[in-house]
Each structure stands twice: as structure tokens, then as C-alpha cells.
Ligand binder design. Structure first.
Ligand code: LLP
Length: 424
């Protein structure tokens, strides 16, 4: 357990005198004041991750680091990213609007997505975002139409499906043939040939996103080599390479992964060899994943012969990764038990009416755990709140940001009336 805290906390979440702290604030006091479930972000952890990522790519000439908004679209977080000079990677009209609301400069916004609607494309053209990453042949016609209408030349990259397998959960592999993402190389070269007729589209390079939670650098190197060979074959010199995101984080002390600096160095070398002018990166999980925890309260302890369940007030509607991907999240009691306290194994589950509604399986918990105790779920910054839903008519949790001993609400807890407000 202690090992897990060290690897997932970046040093900003820890036990002090037996109590779990986010920076200088005991999480029990947050649970008391703001209720549970509650997402708790550490401001300094976030800043530290942004800096680590930037430092890793210091050998690249001015990379454009676009935070992948899908990982977490809270406006306070987005504003912090913007203040730190990051751009935004968006995949929908909603994300684009939120990025603009957070005041990302449009010239630092990139728009990917396998199913961009016409109004979303038009908004991007009108707002003069940096580029579109094209995923379908027909998309070029639509972009051309709106670029012409708005008298603009729009920068585009072609998103390639390089058929590279990666070591991650099947649901988050995005560059193997069977997935819907990207263009095969034949179609990409056809689009490049035909684009000579499109006076308002300037295709400057390629986009790829190999998958998420990637632990080593090898697939990135393989991808860049493949793209390089392809470019030579068709006689095209890419000015832009957008490598997507995917940089993994540890969810427990068992997770082994290449240091982000190794990713940076290997990528920088390849990019230089290729003579690329602009490298775009779209990290999501790496920036936010380990900068938050989710607080939940124990509702019931159910002991059955051979099986214990801790039923908490947070479930798969708040945090779906365990149910959806079998994702592992470490779990800690907010109040550390004494060394002499016996431990027992238990499944930590939510109140949702689904068998898959669990947060952790066979977790060691103090045998005297009881109603009212607070459990802390780790690595809750990426794809947690952003994938939360109202399933079982449950209002979504509040989100707070901790800066040393100061706590600010950055998203209010939903109210019951939010559940039916839009219904007629
Ligand atoms: N760029 C593109 C085009 C993407 O599709 C994604 C993620 C990213 C960037 C950011 O990837 P990251 O750096 O965060 O790995 N819900 C899943 C993850 C889905 C990722 C989808 N695409 C999970 O909870 O593990």
C-alpha cells in the first residue's frame, strides 16, 4: 500500500501522522465539509506533471504540447494548462467550446476525431484553430467547403492508422487495422494527390495516436520509422508530425514504464532525422492521471462466508475504469490503521445495480473498517470525472482543488434537480 502511494502520488498525497493528506490538507476534513464522493486535485502535483512533460521534450525545438481535453475537461484545470503555455487537443464541438472558454489561443488548438460534424468543423474554421487532423477522405471536402466560405487556408494533418500493435487494454488500442481510427497509407497518399484541387487546405503532415497507457517508447519509434519510410516512398516532406498522446502512468508499484525523459529523447532524435518543423504532442493521462484522488465513504460492511464486500457511496457512474477496462486503482483508508490491526481481503464496490460495479477486488483493508470511514481511490485525475454519468439517477460528484491547506470547489456537486431539469 505504502509503495503504491509513493508511485501514484508524485509526492503530493501522503500519510502524515496516520492521516491521508492532499498537499497540506487532511482528506477527511474535505469529506466532512464537501461530502462524498468527491474528486480532490492537487494543484502542485498538476504543475509538477506539466513541468516534467515539458522538460522531457526540451530537446525538441518548441514542441506544441496540446493537453488532451477528453482526459479531464474541468475549466479550472484547463485554465491552468493554458497558463502554463499548453495548447488543447479536442475531439468535439463541446471540447472545442470549453477550450475556447478556458482561453486557449486558437492557434494552439488541434481538432481530431473520427466523426466531426459539419457545424463542429465550421466552428473550428471560424475560430482559426491551428489544425484539423483528418480521419476520413470525405472530411477534406467539408473542410474545403467551410475554409472557402470563410476565406481561409486551413492547415490539416492526415491521421494515419499504421497498424501497430501496442501493449495495453484492447479497448484503448487505436492504431491497429481493426479499429475505426485513421487512414490507411494508400488512402492517405490518394488524399495528398487529390488535395492539389483543394485551394483552401494545406496538408502539412501526419497525425497518429497509437493507444493509451503505453509503457514504453518502442511503438513510437516504430511509428515514426514507418511514417518516414512512407514519406520517402511518396516523396512528401512533412512539416508537422502530431504523435498523439498515450504516455502511460503507474497505477501501482507493480507498473513498470519508461521514464518520460526517455520518450522525449527518442522522439526528439527521430523528429530531427526527419527534418520535421513542428512536433505536436497530445498527452492526457500523463498530465492529470496521478494528480487527483476520489474520496468515498463506507456505507456498509457485508461479510459473507469466504467473501467480504465494502459497499461505498461511489460507484461505476463516478469512476467507470474498473468496470469498463478492468482498470486498477489503488485504494487507501483515509485513517491509517495501527500496525497491530488485522487486515482482511474485501471487494470494494459501489451502490449501482450492476455486478461490474466495483472499484477494487481482493483489496487489503483493516478488519475493523466500518460505516462512515473514508476510502481514498488513487489515480483519479484522468478519464474518471470526464467519463462519469448519472446512471441509476446519481448526481455526479463535486470536484475540489487543493493548494497546500486551501481547498476550492472547482465543480459543484450536481443536485437532484439536475437529473430531470432537461426533461419535458
Ligand atoms: N490524442 C488522441 C487522438 C486520443 O484519442 C487520445 C486518447 C489522446 C490524445 C490522449 O491519450 P492519453 O495521453 O491520455 O493516453 N478512457 C480510457 C482512455 C481512452 C483514450 C482515448 N484517446 C481509459 O480510461 O483508460
Amino acid at each position: 500500500m505504502e509503495n503504491n502511494i509513493e508511485v501514484i502520488s508524485n509526492g503530493f498525497f501522503k500519510y502524515k501522522r496516520g492521516r491521508f493528506y492532499a498537499e497540506e490538507t487532511p482528506v477527511e476534513s474535505i469529506a466532512e465539509k464537501y461530502g462524498t464522493p468527491c474528486y480532490v486535485y492537487s494543484r502542485h502535483s498538476l504543475l509538477s506533471q506539466i513541468n516534467k512533460f515539458k522538460a522531457a521534450f526540451k530537446n525538441v525545438d518548441a514542441p506544441l504540447i496540446c493537453f488532451s481535453v477528453k482526459a479531464n475537461s474541468n475549466l479550472t484545470l484547463l485554465k491552468m494548462m493554458k497558463e502554463q503555455g499548453l495548447g488543447a487537443d479536442v475531439v468535439s464541438g463541446g471540447e472545442l467550446r470549453k477550450a475556447l472558454l478556458a482561453q486557449f489561443p486558437p492557434e494552439k488548438i488541434v481538432f481530431a476525431g473520427v466523426g466531426k460534424k459539419e457545424d463542429e468543423i465550421e466552428l473550428g474554421v471560424k475560430k482559426k484553430i491551428y489544425c484539423f487532423n483528418i480521419e476520413n477522405e470525405e472530411e477534406t471536402d467539408i473542410i474545403e467547403k467551410y475554409a472557402k466560405q470563410h476565406k481561409r487556408t486551413v492547415i490539416c494533418n492526415l491521421r494515419l492508422n499504421l497498424d501497430i500493435d501496442v501493449d495495453t487494454h484492447h479497448y484503448i488500442k487505436t492504431s491497429i487495422k481493426e479499429t475505426k481510427f485513421g487512414l490507411d497509407l494508400k488512402t492517405a497518399s490518394r488524399i495528398l494527390r487529390n488535395n492539389k484541387n483543394n485551394r483552401h487546405i494545406n496538408i502539412k503532415g501526419f497525425h497518429m495516436h497509437l493507444g493509451s497507457q503505453l509503457k514504453d517508447i518502442q511503438p513510437y519509434v516504430e511509428a515514426l520509422d514507418k511514417v518516414n519510410r512512407f514519406c520517402k516512398e511518396i516523396g512528401f516532406k512533412p512539416e508537422i508530425i502530431d504523435l498523439g498522446g498515450g504516455f502511460g502512468i503507474p497505477y501501482s508499484s507493480q507498473d513498470r514504464m519508461d521514464d518520460i525523459g526517455r520518450f522525449g529523447d527518442a522522439i526528439a532524435t527521430k523528429i530531427k532525422e526527419m527534418g520535421v518543423k513542428v512536433l505536436i504532442l497530445e498527452p492526457g493521462r500523463y498530465i492529470v492521471g496521478n494528480t487527483a484522488v476520489l474520496l468515498s465513504r463506507v456505507l456498509y460492511v457485508k461479510k459473507r462466508q469466504g467473501k467480504n464486500f465494502i459497499i461505498t457511496d461511489t460507484g461505476m457512474n463516478d469512476i467507470i475504469r474498473p468496470a469498463f477496462y478492468g482498470g486498477y486503482h489503488s485504494i487507501f483508508p483515509a485513517k491509517k490503521s495501527k500496525k497491530t490491526t488485522k487486515q482482511m481481503k474485501a471487494d470494494i464496490v459501489g451502490p449501482i445495480c450492476e455486478t461490474s460495479d466495483y472499484i477494487g477486488k481482493d483489496i487489503d483493508v483493516p478488519a475493523d473498517i466500518q460505516k462512515g470511514d473514508i476510502l481514498v481511490v488513487g489515480s483519479a485525475g484522468a478519464y474518471c470525472f470526464s467519463m462519469a454519468s448519472n446512471y441509476n439517477c446519481r448526481p455526479r460528484p463535486c470536484e475540489v482543488m487543493v493548494k497546500k491547506e486551501k481547498v476550492s470547489v472547482i465543480r459543484k456537486r450536481e443536485e437532484y434537480k439536475d437529473l430531470w431539469d432537461k426533461e419535458l
